[in-house]
Ligand binder design. Structure first.
Ligand SMILES: [Zn+2]
Ligand SMILES: [Zn+2]
Length: 240
């Protein structure tokens, strides 16, 4: 048996940040990493209301995040709610857009958490290169504040599902977008062993730089708003 490289006591069953760790140390490393992101974001105040956005296909990850964020910031007494969402969408860009609109809409919460792990973003990078549409590469980051003041926190952006599995077996995640779905499952099966890749690809996303939508912060080619926001703003009673 391989011993944990941190405690040197228990069996190492997980690789977190390139080190072979036991379950307890792996969980602790992830909680510590998220504690650091919470601190760096400067978004969390004492007793803050935090919404974990939970689209139905990512409910398990959202549930896990509720637990991890509570643990990572146990002295802040955060009020953390998982907000379940059923999203209608044509493709993965609309899926992300709808989540952002829900985040903007949840006025009772001061921080809105998106549940995307780095597997999602690596798949999205490959997808966007295939489709030549880079809308939400701008969201491969741990936190951002939108023009209307909406604070978005994305603590798992550099944490792959393989690391998260230290908290329990992660169920398969499916999306209603066949092309994205096949890239996502390819990333999860064929690339899963390339631990480094799940961190290093993030640097490549910073090479993309375009004008941004004034409402959802998506990359756009020109103008002020992305097509989805434009359509919504033009409707007689905008839902968002
Ligand atoms: Zn250990
Ligand atoms: Zn937009």
């Amino acid at each position: 048996m391989t011993l944990c490289q941190r405690c040197n006591k228990r069996e190492a069953n997980y690789i977190v940040g390139g080190r072979k760790l036991c379950e307890i140390c792996a969980r602790d490393e992830i909680v510590k990493r998220i504690r650091k992101e919470i601190h760096n974001s400067r978004m969390f105040n004492y007793k803050e209301n935090v919404a974990i956005l939970s689209p139905n296909n990512m409910d398990q990850i959202a549930e896990l995040l509720t637990h991890i964020i509570g643990k990572a910031c146990y002295t802040c007494n955060l009020k953390i709610d998982k907000v379940s969402l059923h999203l209608d969408y044509q493709d993965i860009n609309e899926y992300i857009w709808r989540l952002i609109m829900e985040a903007k809409n949840l006025k009772d919460y001061s921080v809105k958490v998106l549940p995307f792990p780095s597997n999602f973003y690596l798949a999205y990078l490959l997808y966007s290169l295939t489709m030549k549409k880079y809308s939400y590469l701008n969201y491969v980051t741990s936190y951002k504040t939108l023009n209307d003041g909406t604070k978005i926190f994305i603590p798992l952006y550099s944490i792959p599902l393989s690391e998260l599995s230290a908290f329990g077996l992660i169920n398969e995640i499916n999306f209603n977008d066949d092309i994205f779905n096949s890239i996502f499952s390819w990333v999860n099966t064929q690339l899963a062993e390339n631990y480094e890749l799940f961190h290093t690809f993030i640097t490549s996303t910073s090479l993309f730089n375009y004008p941004k939508c004034k409402s959802c912060d998506a990359f756009i080619e020109s103008g002020e708003y992305c097509a989805l926001c434009k359509r919504t703003l033009a409707s007689p009673s905008p839902p968002y």
